[in-house]
Ligand binder design. Structure first.
Ligand SMILES: NC(=O)c1ccc[n+]([C@@H]2O[C@H](COP(=O)([O-])OP(=O)(O)OC[C@H]3O[C@@H](n4cnc5c(N)ncnc54)[C@H](O)[C@@H]3O)[C@@H](O)[C@H]2O)c1
Length: 324
């Protein structure tokens, strides 16, 4: 059967990059990107979908004979705290709609991203294991922990082949982050190449697990391609990239920008970060589907700075337009 992919939340930080990778893999005619708003100058098939509308998802699935769904739409950790009940509603309603449409339309495979935000004070902070106790302190984390269990429920009850990764903070040059607690690790590189001061909303020693966009996308595609019998975790897989603190990324950036100035003014996001793991044990993902990260802090920094300089056209001195 031909693979036809629907991506929900395709305009976001991860979705925009994942869409291109999936287009490359399956062909532009077999990838349907969707989000709340039409993306400007998008090369491919795009449908406006509000994923709180189950009928709309069903219509697009039927129209294109969709066989796989990547459900990326969500309100993230920091933004989610602004309106907790609305965050719960959106995150859960969109997930239930995807689960139901998938079950009723015999969708062959579904991807649902979870997050390190599912962990709270009951989990070890260091090398947090896959099966650690989950007591998240944000509404976002609560919705992801519940979502993981619902994913497993649909697998056990209906045989839906749904797969999930708990992403660490994702760092990429291709897109801007959408309101998470790890967003600083993208913003800091933008300020560095623009030679501006960076105001950091976390403390300098707030170590968190992070992953480079290329690794995150590769992990997603490798998990989705793994043989079904290898998948032993139907809640969500821990994956590790690297762990670092703001002070460590600043030290790395100063090798290239010695005058880079950072001011630390921790806000509510520091409270969120303080309950999250510092490092992740991803033994199960390694064993089940061969997960292995490739990027460390040095290679992330070199790539981020090189690519952002090109996007800001730093060499030609027209600093102000970011060409994302
Ligand atoms: N970026 C990270 O560091 C990170 C880390 C852990 C987990 N995740 C998860 O990965 C997924 C993608 O994250 P991201 O960083 O790309 O998020 P993002 O905020 O950048 O993008 C989310 C997209 O979902 C869309 N959306 C919101 N509500 C919608 C709705 N009702 N219907 C359709 N689309 C809707 C938004 O318009 C946006 O384009 C999310 O589920 C997130 O929880 C991301």
């Amino acid at each position: 059967m031909k693979t036809v992919v629907l991506i929900i939340g395709a305009n976001g930080q991860l979705g925009s990059v994942l869409t291109e990778s999936l287009q490359h893999k399956h062909g532009k005619d077999n990838v349907i990107a969707s989000d709340l708003h039409q993306r400007k100058s998008f090369d491919g098939i795009f449908e406006v979908i509000d994923a709180t509308d189950k009928v709309r998802i069903q219509n697009v699935v039927t129209k294109y004979n969709v066989t796989q769904i990547y459900h990326l739409a969500a309100i993230l950790s920091a933004k989610g705290e602004e309106n907790p009940l609305q965050t719960w509603d959106i995150n859960m309603k969109t997930l239930f709609n995807v689960l139901e449409v998938s079950r009723l339309s015999n969708i062959e495979r579904v991807f649902f991203p979870s997050s390190i935000a599912v962990f709270g004070e009951g989990a070890p902070l260091s090398q947090t294991p896959n099966d650690a106790y989950l007591d998240p302190a944000t509404v976002y984390g609560i919705s992801k922990a519940a979502g993981e269990n619902w994913a497993q429920y649909y697998f056990l009850k209906y045989g839906l082949d749904i797969r999930s990764i708990r992403y660490p903070g994702v760092i990429g040059y291709q897109s801007l982050p959408g309101g998470g607690t790890t967003d600083y690790a993208v913003d800091i590189y933008h300020k560095a190449v623009l030679e501006q001061q960076f105001d950091c909303f976390l403390k300098e020693d707030a170590t968190l697990p992070m992953i480079f966009m290329e690794d995150a996308i590769r992990a997603t595609i490798e998990l989705m391609e793994a043989p079904k019998e290898n998948i032993t975790v139907r809640t969500s897989y821990n994956i590790a990239g690297i762990s670092f603190s703001p002070a460590e990324v600043v030290e790395e950036i100063r090798k290239l920008y010695p005058n880079f100035v950072v001011k630390y003014t921790p806000d509510f996001r520091q409270d969120i970060a303080s309950r999250w793991p510092k490092s992740i044990d991803d033994t199960t993902a390694k064993k089940d589907w061969g997960w292995k990260p490739e990027f460390d802090l040095e290679s992330i920094t070199a790539t981020m700075i090189q690519k952002l300089k090109q996007q800001y056209k730093i060499d030609s001195k027209s600093h102000n337009t970011l060409l994302l």
